[in-house]
Design a protein around this ligand. Structure first.
Ligand SMILES: Nc1ncnc2c1ncn2[C@@H]1O[C@H](COP(=O)(O)OP(=O)(O)OP(=O)(O)O)[C@@H](O)[C@H]1O
Length: 310
């Protein structure tokens, strides 16, 4: 039995979280970049840390990676300290925000080096296929494009199919095909039992791919949960224009300038049905009718007015 199938079989059993963060604080001098952050990532989850620029995402990830010491707090990875290299490093693949490869090594040499440093076993051929750099195996790192360098960074994280994969803005600078390929590779790793934590500024990706999201602003979580839980914090909207002389619709609504009506609702389907039934009964045409569910973008835009919670 392979390690991967072993892990798949294990997934049904309750197990300790892979990452446990309790009251994490990271300070730079007098500046508190991360303030009392608490969360857990369960085995097999894809967890996305989202947030505004400077929210503290990379600072928090660096502590989980073991690259930075927390100013205070309790952080456990696989039930031990992330700085316990012997226990954690060989089980963890990390893609940093910025590449650190020697410019004069070739792509194949770089991957071989990763392999030796990781302590995991894999083949250069397989990894180059996963990150679609087979045709660049003999190209020097200095000659790679920005997107190709990012794919080589991804190779560092997935070499040897680690149990925990930490990705800091993995798809920044990648074209749409490369982004889709990266997400397919992540999905495959997750199916094989890996746990993934990542940061991204592409909200659509997080909406489609993450099991849970932590939304950070100014060092703290403003919201944490599934996409449905996050979008459920704001109302959806129904908009239309009433023809002159039409009766008043049955639902509480916002501005009616020039007959334009905006209805905000947490019960989109129910209220839309009620409105359509009313319009039919009263023979009213709802001009330019549009119903929009709440999107992650809306939640993100409202971040300034969302109170902090730990
Ligand atoms: N080494 C450092 N010394 C001083 N301040 C730092 C240092 N690293 C980060 N900061 C500050 O800490 C805050 C959080 O930075 P961090 O890189 O963790 O944010 P982020 O959420 O990853 O941001 P982005 O989305 O822009 O990458 C920022 O205000 C940043 O300027």
């Amino acid at each position: 039995m392979t390690a991967a199938s072993d892990r798949r079989l294990d997934r049904g059993r309750p197990s300790a979280p892979v990452i446990e963060v309790e009251s994490l604080n990271v300070t730079y001098g007098d500046f508190r970049a991360v303030k009392d952050l608490s969360f857990q990532v369960q085995r097999g989850e894809v967890y996305a840390l989202l947030g505004t620029n400077g929210a503290g995402k990379t600072s928090a990830l660096e502590v989980i990676e073991g690259h930075r010491r927390a100013s205070s707090g309790r952080i456990q990875v696989f039930g031990t300290s992330p700085t316990d290299r012997a226990a954690v490093r060989s089980r963890t693949g990390i893609m940093l925000q910025e590449s650190g490869f020697a410019a004069d090594l070739t792509v194949a040499e770089s991957v071989r080096l990763i392999g030796r440093l990781s302590g995991r076993s894999d083949t250069v051929t397989r990894i180059l296929e996963v990150v679609d750099l087979t045709s660049k195996a003999d190209t020097r790192v200095a000659q790679l494009s920005g997107g190709e360098k990012r794919r080589l960074d991804f190779a560092t994280a997935v070499y040897g199919r680690p149990e925990l994969i930490i990705l800091d803005e993995p798809t920044t600078g990648l074209d749409i095909q490369s982004r889709d390929a990266l997400w397919s590779a992540v999905e495959q790793l997750r199916q094989d039992g890996s746990t993934i934590i990542l940061t991204t500024h592409y909200l659509e990706e997080a909406q489609q791919r993450a099991d849970r999201i932590g939304l950070m602003h100014q060092g703290t979580f403003r919201l944490q949960g599934t996409v449905a839980e996050l979008t459920g914090t704001l109302p959806a909207s129904i908009q239309f224009t009433l023809p002159p002389g039409a009766p008043t619709p049955p639902l509480p609504s916002g501005s009616a300038d020039a007959g334009h009506v905006l209805i905000e609702t947490f019960q989109l389907q129910r209220d839309l049905k009620q409105l359509l039934d009313w319009a039919e009964d009263h023979r009213v045409e709802l001009i330019d009718l549009a119903a929009a569910p709440t999107r992650l973008d809306d939640v993100f835009r409202a971040i300034d007015t969302t109170p902090a919670h730990s």
